[in-house]
Design a protein around this ligand. Structure first.
Ligand SMILES: [Zn+2]
Ligand SMILES: [Zn+2]
Length: 598
C-alpha cells in the first residue's frame, strides 16, 4: 500500500467526495450504519463501507450520484472541529462502527490500527447536516468537487476492519478527478485494463485455468495456452543454441544438504515448502535452479580453456507466496524460470556482460519491447559488511555492469543499497501498451554461490581460481511473460504466437472440401489453420473467430474455389479482399518470420 499522502491535492478531493457519498447514502437510508472509507488506500479513488438494510446494486448509483451532485451544487463548506471523546460518543451514539472506532482512537490507534501520536485530538468534519469523524484534510467547500469529475464504480462486500469474523459490509467504490477529461481518461484506462486482464482472456480464449482442486497459484495450461508456451520455449531454445549456451536439465527436488550448502535453507527458508521425507532424508522442492547448475559445473575439473560456460534451463521452481498476493499467472507458486548461469574468468567478464546484455535487448525486442528501462542495483557503501564477496569483486562487477550499459548507450537508474547481499545486478523493465511497467530480464552477479560450492578452474598459471558467476533470465518467468503478452496485446497475440493463425470459413456446405484443401496446404507450409465446420451463418463464424483473436479469417465460396484463392478478413475486421492461395502463404510466411505484424 502506498503511504498516506494527505498533502496530495487529489487526496482532499477524493476524500471530500467520500464524505459527500456517505451523506447521500444516509439520506437514502436514514437508518444506515456508517463504517468508514480509508480513501487513500484505493488508488485513484475512494470508498466508503456501509451497513444497510438492503444490498446496493449499480442500479442504485444514478440516485446516489444524483444526490451527491445536489450536495456539490449546494456548495456546502467543510467545517473542522476538535471534539472530546465523550462529546464524540454522544454525536455517534447510534453509529456502532463509529463508536468502535472511537474506542480504538482512545486506545491510541488510528483507523488503520496504527499508533497515533499521544495526545492527538479527535476531530470531525461537517458539511451541510452531515458530521463525520475525520482527520482531514478536506476541500474548502463541496462545490470544489467538479460536478462532472466524479463517478461511482462498483459495490462489493467487505468485512468490517477486514476481519472475516466481523460483519460483511457494503463497500461503494468511486473515483474523483479535477476535470471531466481526466475522469474519462481514467475510466477508459480502467475499462481497457479489465478487457486486457489475462485471467479473463485466459478463460475466454481457453488458454489456462487455476483450479481449487490443484491449489492456488498453480496453473493448468490448456492446449492453446500450451501451444503459445511451447512456441515461446522453442524460440528461447533456438536463440540459446545460437548464443553458445549449453542446455542442462535438473530435478524438481533435492536433499537438504544441497540447500544447506547453497544457503537457501538459511536465507530463503520462508520461500520454501516443507520437506518431503524419503528414506530418512529430507528433500525440498526447488525454489531456484542455481544449486544444481553449480554441481554440474564442479562435477569435473575445469580449465581456463573451458570458460566461459553457459548453462541454460527452463526450470520449474516452487516458491511460497501468501495466498492473498497471488494474481493469475503474474504471481504464482509454481513457475518456470528461463534460467541460465554464466561462468567466466575475470578477463572475460566485460565481453560476457556485453553479450548477455545484447542478448536480453534483442530478445525483448523480438516481442516488440524495444525501449527497455534499465535499473542498476549496487551496494550501499555505508554498510560494506552486509555483502558477500570482496571489495575488489564488487568494484569490478559494478564497474563492468555500468560500463556495459554505457557502452550500449543505455541510460539507467542507479540505486544504491538495492543490491542483494551476494552481488550487483541489472533489472530490465518493459512497458506495455497501457504504459504499465513490468519487470522482465535480470542480470545478477553472485559472489556467494561459487564460494559455497567451492567452484574452481585451473588457470593458465596452473593454479586454482574461482570463476565469476552470473545468474540471468530473459523472460524471467514463462508464466508471467505469457500473462504480460496477453495483456499487452489484449489477447490478439502476434501471428507467430497465435495458437490458430487462420480460420477457414466455407460459405456453404458445398465448399467444405475446398476448405479442407486450403487447410491442408497451410499445414503443409507449417502454419496452424482450422476449418470452421459448424452449420452457423458465415457472419457468426467470422465474429467468433474474431472473438477468439484469430489473425486471419479465410472465407471460401464458389468464386474463391474456382479461382484457387481465399477471401481474407482480419481480426480487426479489415477486409483484405481476395487473393490466390500461394500469395497468401507467402504473406503469412513473411509476417511470421518478422515476428510482428497485425
Ligand atoms: Zn474526511
Ligand atoms: Zn541462479
Amino acid at each position: 500500500m502506498s503511504p498516506v499522502n494527505r498533502e496530495d491535492p487529489s487526496f482532499a478531493l477524493r476524500h471530500s467526495t467520500a464524505h459527500v457519498l456517505a451523506q447521500a447514502v444516509r439520506e437514502m437510508f436514514p437508518g444506515a450504519k456508517l463504517a468508514w472509507g480509508p480513501h487513500d488506500r484505493f488508488e485513484n479513488g475512494f470508498y466508503y463501507d456501509f451497513d444497510l438494510p438492503r444490498a446496493l446494486t449499480p442500479d442504485d448509483f444514478p440516485e446516489i450520484e444524483g444526490r451527491m451532485l445536489r450536495l456539490v451544487r449546494e456548495d456546502h463548506p467543510f467545517r473542522y472541529r476538535a471534539v472530546g471523546v465523550d462529546e464524540a460518543r454522544g454525536l455517534f451514539s447510534n453509529q456502532p462502527y463509529k463508536l468502535e472506532t472511537l474506542d480504538e482512537l482512545e486506545r491510541g490507534r488510528d483507523e488503520y490500527g496504527e499508533d497515533r501520536p499521544s495526545g492527538a485530538v479527535i476531530s470531525t468534519y461537517t458539511q451541510d447536516t452531515f458530521e463525520d469523524l475525520c482527520l482531514g484534510p478536506h476541500l474548502e467547500r463541496s462545490g470544489e468537487i467538479p460536478a462532472d469529475g466524479f463517478k461511482l464504480l462498483d459495490v462489493s462486500g467487505a468485512y468490517w476492519r477486514g476481519d472475516e469474523k466481523n460483519k460483511m459490509l457494503q463497500r461503494v467504490h468511486g473515483t474523483a478527478w479535477p476535470s471531466k477529461e481526466e475522469l474519462e481518461r481514467y475510466l477508459w484506462r480502467r475499462e481497457e485494463e479489465e478487457k486486457r486482464d489475462h485471467r479473463r482472456l485466459g478463460t475466454e480464449l481457453d488458454l489456462f485455468s487455476i483450479r481449487p482442486e490443484v491449489g492456488p497459484g498453480l496453473a493448468l495450461f490448456h492446449p492453446k495456452g500450451t501451444l503459445v508456451r511451447v512456441l515461446m520455449e522453442d524460440y528461447w531454445r533456438e536463440r540459446h543454441r545460437a548464443g553458445g549456451y549449453d542446455f542442462v536439465a535438473t530435478p524438481h527436488v533435492g536433499r537438504s544438504i544441497l540447500w544447506e550448502t547453497s544457503g537457501h535453507l538459511k536465507w530463503y527458508r520462508e520461500g520454501m515448502y516443507s520437506p518431503i521425507s524419503i528414506e530418512e532424508d529430507r528433500y525440498y522442492l526447488k525454489p531456484m535452479n542455481c544449486p544444481f547448475h553449480m554441481l554440474i559445473f564442479n562435477g569435473r575439473p575445469r580449465s581456463y580453456r573451458d570458460l566461459p560456460l553457459r548453462f541454460a534451463e527452463l526450470g520449474t521452481v516452487y516458491r511460497y507466496e501468501p495466498s492473498g498476493t497471488l494474481r493469475g499467472l503474474l504471481r504464482v507458486r509454481g513457475f518456470t524460470q528461463d534460467d541460465a548461469h554464466l561462468f567466466c574468468r575475470p578477463d572475460q567478464m566485460r565481453v560476457e556482460i556485453d553479450r548477455v546484455l545484447e542478448f536480453c535487448l534483442s530478445f525483448l525486442a523480438a516481442f516488440g519491447f524495444d525501449e527497455p528501462e534499465m535499473e542498476l542495483s549496487v551496494r550501499d557503501p555505508s554498510t560494506p559488511d552486509k555483502y558477500a564477496g570482496s571489495e575488489d569483486d564488487w568494484e569490478m562487477a559494478e564497474t563492468t555492469l555500468a560500463a556495459s550499459l554505457e557502452g550500449h548507450g543505455l541510460t539507467c537508474e542507479r540505486v544504491e543499497g538495492e543490491a542483494v547481499f551476494y552481488g550487483p545486478k541489472i533489472d530490465i523493465g518493459i512497458t506495455d501498451a497501457l504504459g504499465r511497467r513490468w519487470q522482465a530480464s535480470t542480470i545478477q552477479f553472485d559472489f556467494n554461490l561459487p564460494e559455497r560450492f567451492d567452484l574452481a578452474y585451473v588457470g593458465e598459471d596452473n593454479r586454482s581460481h574461482r570463476p565469476y558467476m552470473v545468474h540471468r533470465a530473459l523472460y524471467g518467468s514463462i508464466e508471467r511473460f505469457f500473462a504480460l503478452l496477453i495483456e499487452h496485446h489484449a489477447g490478439a497475440l502476434p501471428v507467430w504466437l497465435s495458437p490458430v493463425q487462420a480460420t477457414i470459413i466455407p460459405v456453404s456446405e458445398r465448399n467444405l472440401g475446398y476448405a479442407d484443401k486450403v487447410a491442408g496446404e497451410l499445414a503443409a507450409a507449417g502454419f496452424r489453420a482450422e476449418v470452421d465446420r459448424r452449420s452457423e451463418r458465415m457472419n457468426a463464424k467470422i465474429r467468433d473467430a474474431q472473438l477468439q483473436k484469430v489473425p486471419y479469417m479465410l472465407v471460401v465460396g464458389n468464386r474463391e474455389e474456382e479461382a484457387g484463392g481465399v477471401s481474407v478478413r482480419l481480426r480487426t475486421n479489415e477486409d483484405r479482399g481476395s487473393t490466390e492461395l500461394p500469395a497468401f502463404v507467402d504473406h503469412l510466411r513473411e509476417v511470421v518470420e518478422a515476428k510482428d505484424g497485425l
